[in-house]
Design a protein around this ligand. Structure first.
Ligand SMILES: CC(C)(COP(=O)(O)OP(=O)(O)OC[C@H]1O[C@@H](n2cnc3c(N)ncnc32)[C@H](O)[C@@H]1OP(=O)(O)O)[C@@H](O)C(=O)NCCC(=O)NCCS
Length: 187
């Protein structure tokens, strides 16, 4: 029988980007590029990193989660000049649940569409995955637009779905967006 478990590639290359698994030495890059930025983390599930220790702890979790198969996080680098610009993750759960962020200087240049497309394309090669989905805070207009622009359909609002501690200490209402495939993967 074919393996239906997700076996993720360690890296992807797109026209302008390289996506790759996180390494311990990435922590200072992550801290400097986006993790301490309150604008980037505003609608995310974690508070801005206060120091390098927080970034090291985050990388430790990325590596551990990858090993256990709980979730897969790729850091996003521009091919040229090779700088870190963001991250995207996929968690096997009712299909594949995606999360993503970009450092602020890189918003508005369609980088995340490029990364998203690579991950969605891979996810739909996993035989058990018929649904790729993401949620975003109802006030996170940029994320909602990004998903719509990339063929995700809004399925509704999940009430009190996710704690976004930078906005409120009460779980937030979130839009749920999904892309689905109708057919089995052909081998
Ligand atoms: C979500 C994110 C990756 C999108 O980055 P991006 O793909 O570069 O998105 P853009 O800046 O091009 O914005 C996407 C769309 O939203 C629109 N938009 C951006 N900010 C907006 C705002 N505050 N209000 C209304 N629309 C907005 C843009 O005009 C654009 O519209 P278009 O598709 O019609 O051109 C980026 O905003 C980000 O990293 N945010 C912080 C982390 C985060 O919130 N991640 C998502 C968690 S669910």
């Amino acid at each position: 029988m074919r393996e239906s478990r997700a076996i993720p590639p360690e890296s992807f290359a797109t026209a302008r980007l390289v996506l790759r698994e996180a390494r311990p030495e990435d922590a200072p890059l992550i801290f400097a590029a986006y993790a301490q930025d309150p604008e980037v983390t505003r609608y995310l599930t974690f508070r801005p990193h206060r120091d390098l220790k927080d970034a090291h702890e985050a990388v430790r979790r990325f590596i551990e989660n990858w090993r256990s198969g709980k979730s897969f996080c790729w850091l996003i680098f521009r091919r040229d000049p090779g700088d870190l610009i963001g991250a995207i993750s996929a968690r096997p759960d009712q299909g594949m649940n995606l999360g993503y962020l970009l450092a602020r200087p890189f918003w508005g240049q369609d980088f995340m569409s490029e990364a998203l497309e690579a991950i969605v394309e891979w996810a739909f090669t996993v035989p058990s995955v018929f649904r790729v989905w993401a949620v975003c805070d109802v006030e996170n207009a940029a994320s909602a637009r990004l998903l719509e622009r990339n063929g995700f359909h809004q399925e509704g609002v999940l009430k009190k779905w996710s704690l976004h501690p930078n906005v409120s200490d009460i779980p937030r209402d979130c839009y749920c967006y999904a892309r689905t495939r109708a057919k089995r993967v052909q081998f």
